[in-house]
Design a protein. Structure first.
Length: 732
């Protein structure tokens, strides 16, 4: 590991500055993971920091695994089991397993996923006599999730209530939390909220981790919410060796309660902080970087930085205006086919990025007709599939038989003919006696309170679970799962229940078995509980891999962190990007528009070699008639000299046979507007210099005579409208 040879000067500065708070503004493709991993390796190898005194947190298991592998490679060690490199939530689980007893939970708590949360919320609504049709469980789930991201308890949520609806949600929230504790369960948002609560209420626990983590590194700091911010803030207060890495221009998760102020105000929180900017890009060509920057620089709330590269200018940005969404999809498929043939590109080089999932349909249909293979990111997640959730529920009951949601899920899987009335009697008995559901089943099995047929079935079920629990004490997770499949005849039951889809479901089960084997090979803690934690904390991003020989279709949000040689950003229309939430909402606040602009920037910077923007003149949505569309205002922010006609950039798209579309294309042959100017020798796209604002690019020229105006995009000051006769611009 030769730092001077393997890092550029600014990266080296970021790695060597180890003491005190540090903010690293890492632009897209600037090597932030490289800096983080070299920094960790430098601290351990050169500074003598013990691995267990380091904490590095990020947002996905995929990113955490990549960091771990890179650090091991740099240090040339086989393992780093005592080094905390993980996601926020995984780190919280690790802390809570050890200390949650201080808050009245058992260390064997279970983690509820989205489906579990909805099931428990429905139960709460039923207990409170609230109609699900009046107050949808999904709405309550979203509001509670947001509240927990802000660290609001049910009481604090109620205090902030401004509507009758909020007061009802506060009631459900309070009961929901009570039931979670009764079930010895936490939901995903609780992992952070309860850990912060632990730090605040049990000072000795906070002191222990403040002493333990002498150096803290946080990846993607722009995506942190308030709960994550407070978690980090508590841990960093003693040593203040906090290094946060992020890019405010890539903050796109406000809908998940991410707060861009965390990164913008870092230097206010830590006045002694050092600021280092990583602006050299290793991914994209300069034209792509310039176009992306010309969009995002219009945001007021951002740190000043500009990406540059040694890769050369590259192709101009291709902009295509389609007749409608079908013409747009045909164009994209034709362009993919031709680049595939002319440049011998694998289909995996191409990505089609869109703002909302509903846009994928027309592209899927065209890709199928063109016989182009593709993969769609954002379908049903692996761990959300029924057969996987069934088997995980069994494993949860084996690990913790007091989990009522998991127990009720598997009670009749495979079918055991335990009816709703029988289950209702058991649940009533459990409430009356203060038992957990499984305990109540055992007690009722000793009585004559149930019909003889039901008693026999329940006896068999209890014996099955007890046998599996005993087996799990001395066997691995993969062996337990294999045993479970055998004794329940689950595969055979699938074939009977759903013969048409059984083969696919059984393949998924085999994949789950493979996941248990991989877990046993790689995990330091190989317990069943640790495997269940891993499954609960796995996201769709963690399992995504570029599919060889397939075009990728995904939303702009899903594309963050990825890169492709050729990117199509489709639906570049006002209302789609920027996206107006709801057909009647034609107004975006400044904060919302800035987030949409950042999302556009993220999409553009996914492209390595070619960036192709498309829009449609009319588009149908949800069976409506075709709506007339306007080009995205973000397109207007790109200097015209960076945009190119559809027939250039090496792509020669064949004409469609649709006469209506052909006529439209003849009338829109050039996608670069032409302007007339009486501003002497200046033209649209000219680079100019101004005495006050410095260098910039002419975007537009409006009017004539004394009232003539010139719109200039200045690199350091953004968009300015100047009176032509007073502008005193100079050619650069």
């Amino acid at each position: 590991m030769n730092l001077e040879q393997e890092l550029n000067p600014v990266q080296l500065e970021a790695v060597l500055h180890t003491e005190g708070p540090l903010l690293i503004l890492a632009g897209a493709g600037s090597g932030k993971t490289r800096v983080i991993t070299y920094r960790i390796a430098h601290l351990i190898r050169d500074k003598g920091v013990k691995p267990w005194n380091l904490l590095a947190v990020t947002f996905t298991n995929k990113a955490a695994r990549e960091m771990q592998e890179r650090v091991k490679s740099l240090l040339q060690v086989p393992s780093l089991s005592n080094l905390w490199i993980s996601t926020f939530h995984s780190a919280c689980v690790r802390i809570l397993r050890k200390h949650i007893h201080h808050l009245g939970f058992n260390s064997h708590f279970v983690i509820y996923d989205t489906a579990d949360r909805l099931a428990l919320l429905k139960e709460c609504e039923k207990d409170l006599n609230i109609d699900e049709k009046t107050l949808a469980p999904k709405l309550i789930s979203s509001r509670i999730s947001n509240a927990k991201s802000c660290l609001w308890t049910p009481e604090e949520y109620k205090q902030r209530a401004t509507q009758f609806l909020d007061e009802k949600i506060a009631q459900v929230y309070k009961l929901y939390q009570q039931k979670l504790k009764q079930n010895n369960a936490l939901d995903f948002d609780d992992l952070l909220m309860v850990t912060v609560q632990l730090f605040q209420e049990i000072p000795e626990v906070l002191h222990y981790y403040q002493e333990l983590f002498k150096y803290i590194l946080v990846d993607e700091y722009q995506d942190t919410n308030h709960a994550q911010y407070r978690w980090i803030y508590h841990l960093a207060q003693k040593h203040r060796n906090l290094c946060v890495v992020g890019d405010d221009d890539q903050s796109i998760y406000a809908f998940r309660m991410a707060d861009i102020r965390n990164i913008l105000d870092f230097e206010k929180d830590y006045p002694e902080a050092r600021l280092i900017k990583l602006e050299q890009n290793y991914r994209s060509t300069q034209n792509i970087l310039d176009a992306a920057w010309s969009v995002v620089v219009n945001n007021r709330n951002r740190k000043q930085k500009r990406l540059w590269t040694n890769k050369g200018s590259g192709h101009k940005i291709l902009l295509y205006t389609a007749y409608n969404e079908s013409d747009e999809a045909r164009f994209v498929c034709e362009a993919i086919s031709q680049l595939h043939q002319q440049e011998s590109r694998d289909y995996s080089h191409f990505a089609i990025l869109y703002r909302i999932n509903a846009q994928s349909r027309s592209f899927e249909e065209s890709l199928v007709r063109a016989n182009i293979p593709y993969t769609l990111v954002g379908g049903l997640k692996f761990y959300d599939r029924k057969e996987i959730k069934d088997l995980l529920a069994y494993l949860r009951v084996i690990a913790n038989s007091n989990d009522p949601l998991a127990l009720k899920r598997i009670l009749n899987v495979p079918a055991r003919h335990i009816g709703e009335k029988t289950l209702e009697k058991i649940e009533n008995f459990a409430r009356q006696q203060g038992y957990f559901l499984f305990q109540a089943m055992k007690e009722m099995a000793k009585t004559d309170l149930l019909p003889s047929r039901a008693l026999k079935t329940i006896h068999q079920f209890i014996q099955l679970i007890d046998d599996l629990k005993l087996y799990a004490e001395t066997h691995t997770v993969s062996q337990v799962l294999q045993r479970l499949l055998e004794v329940t005849s689950y595969r055979e039951w699938l074939k009977e229940e759903d013969p048409l889809d059984a083969e696919n479901r059984i393949e998924n089960i085999q994949e789950l078995l493979a996941a248990t084997l991989e877990f046993e090979q790689n995990a330091s803690d190989k317990s069943l509980l640790a495997f269940l934690d891993q499954a609960a904390l796995t996201s769709d991003v963690d399992t995504y891999q570029t599919q060889a020989g397939m075009v990728t279709l995904m939303t702009l949000h899903s594309a963050k962190g990825l890169e492709f040689p050729v990117v199509f950003m489709v639906g570049m229309e006002e209302g789609l990007l920027p996206y107006y939430h709801g057909s009647s909402n034609f107004y975006l606040s400044e904060a919302e528009r800035e987030e949409e602009r950042r999302l556009c920037y993220v999409g553009m910077t996914r492209a390595k070699e070619r960036l192709i923007l498309t829009l449609a003149n009319s588009r149908r949505f949800y069976s409506s008639d075709g709506w007339q569309r306007q080009p995205s205002s973000f397109i207007e922010e790109i200097p015209s000299f960076l945009l190119e006609k559809v027939t250039l950039s090496g792509i020669e798209v064949q004409g469609t046979r649709n006469p209506e579309v052909q006529e439209y294309r003849r009338g829109h042959e050039s996608l670069t507007p032409s302007y007339s100017s009486s501003l002497n020798s200046f033209q649209i796209g000219d680079e100019v210099r101004h005495a006050k604002f410095g260098r910039g690019v002419i975007r537009n020229i409006e009017g004539q005579g004394d009232n003539q105006k010139v719109i200039v995009y200045f690199y350091d000051f953004g968009r300015k409208v100047l009176l032509a006769k007073q502008a005193r611009l100079e050619h650069v």
